[in-house]
Design a protein around this ligand. Structure first.
Ligand SMILES: O=C(O)CCC(=O)C(=O)O
Length: 294
């Protein structure tokens, strides 16, 4: 949907100022959007997944383990397709205020793509290198957004998300190295013209939610503090944005309409998109590509 058409409907949650800011900067931060009552079932659901991970000695497609993981000291790095694991997760993805915000930013017809959790454990939880989400799942237009939901307080010491304001108005950068190897990240040299040091640190109390555009360059540092930084990551697409390639993750809800109607059309924006590897042959995790293969 064109931005003018998105804006033809009233912005129910973020307001016109929120829309203008999102358009300008490529992300919004909503401090303490969720309260403790809403957060607790999500924390409980995640705790169950950490329990499950104790029995694993190697990563699976859905449960990605950090080096040093043991049954005694579980280091689940990412849990994928969480919407299939616990009703509270799917409720958040399908009928919460997040879907209202998605409609404010993407238009009336919204499709769910994926939901996962990054744990970023205390004492060295992995960084996330600079990347753009659309590199992993290019669409016919740039109408995808990703929510980051802080389940606990996030301070600067815990490796908060970092957003490069205005970077979504640039281009889709290659996430390959010069030899054609998929990095799952953008080589810093390609970003020399951006003010990476000036990236906005998304800190805040538990329940703080940020939402960013599919082209916004973002990442986060290693968590060297003594407090973990569990975060839910949830992605939606405008229903008229159709993916060109297989999805990295495909839960039972993948592609489901969560707001509005099937538009029956695909909207195209003119751009050249570097395609990711063929995920139908298998996807491990962003961390695996960014850290473990090097
Ligand atoms: O966990 C983070 O800090 C960033 C998450 C993210 O951008 C991702 O997993 O794609």
């Amino acid at each position: 949907m064109r931005w003018e058409d998105v804006c033809a409907e009233p912005a129910l949650v973020v307001g016109n100022d929120g829309r203008t800011s999102f358009r300008e900067h490529g992300f919004l931060v909503l401090p303490e959007l969720l309260d403790t009552k809403q957060l607790q079932p999500l924390r409980d659901g995640l705790a169950e997944l950490v329990e499950q991970s104790r029995s694993l000695t190697a990563s699976t497609h859905l449960l990605d383990l950090e080096h040093g993981h043991t049954a005694h000291n579980p280091r689940l790095r990412r849990a994928a397709d969480i919407d299939d694991t616990h009703a509270a997760f799917w409720e958040l993805c399908s009928s919460s205020i997040l879907v209202d915000i998605a409609a404010d930013l993407l238009g009336a017809n919204v499709r769910f793509r994926e939901a996962y959790a990054n744990m970023k454990w205390a004492g060295g939880g992995a960084s996330v290198k600079w990347h753009q989400d659309l590199a992993f799942y290019p669409h016919t237009n740039t109408g995808t957004i990703q929510f980051l939901v802080a389940l606990e307080d996030v301070t600067d010491e815990q490796g908060p998300p970092l957003m490069v304001a205005g970077s979504h108005r640039d281009t889709l950068y290659s996430h390959y190295d010069d030899a054609g190897e998929w990095l799952g990240a953008i080589e810093p040299a390609r970003l020399a013209h951006l003010d990476l040091d000036g990236a906005v640190h998304v800190t805040g109390k538990a329940g703080t939610v940020s939402v960013h555009h599919g082209l916004t360059v973002h990442g986060s540092a290693t968590n060297n503090s003594d407090r973990s930084r569990p975060m839910l990551i949830i992605t939606f697409a405008a229903a008229d944005a159709l993916p060109y390639t297989a999805a990295p993750y495909r839960s039972s809800h993948h592609g489901q309409l969560v707001r509005g109607v099937e538009p029956g059309v695909a909207h195209h924006e003119e751009m050249t998109l570097t395609l990711p590897p063929d995920w139908s042959a298998g996807y491990t995790s962003l961390f695996d590509h960014q850290h473990d293969r090097k």
